[in-house]
Design a protein around this ligand. Structure first.
Ligand SMILES: [Zn+2]
Length: 103
């Protein structure tokens, strides 16, 4: 997905970790994701539409753990990188920790 460039402003406050800008994946993070996928996947064709055109999401996503009998997720969560098919919008997700994106 496209990253928007902003003019440099030395007086702008640094983004706080809770702000979306601070959680955005860096170019280095995206390179790690691309390298991981290239080294592990035997096929890069989308399982839905068959095309091979993927965009790496700008942010990690977080899957909450299942809690029986509750509609709310548990405290444990599983951050993941996402790749979106540029044609049909199908999402592939990869756990972020083995890729080295989170501790
Ligand atoms: Zn597709």
């Amino acid at each position: 997905m496209q990253q928007m460039q902003r003019p440099y402003n030395p007086h702008a406050p640094r983004p706080q970790p809770t702000q979306p800008e601070a959680r955005k994946l860096t170019a280095e993070d995206k390179q790690k994701i691309g390298d991981w996928v290239a080294s592990k996947c035997t096929s890069h064709d989308c399982p839905v539409c068959g095309q091979n055109s993927w965009a790496i999401g700008d942010y990690l996503i977080q899957n909450g753990s299942y809690v029986a009998g509750s509609s709310k997720p548990g405290r444990a969560s599983y951050p993941a990188a996402m790749l979106m098919c540029s044609n049909c919008a199908y999402l592939r997700t990869f756990m972020a920790a083995p890729i080295g994106l989170v501790e």
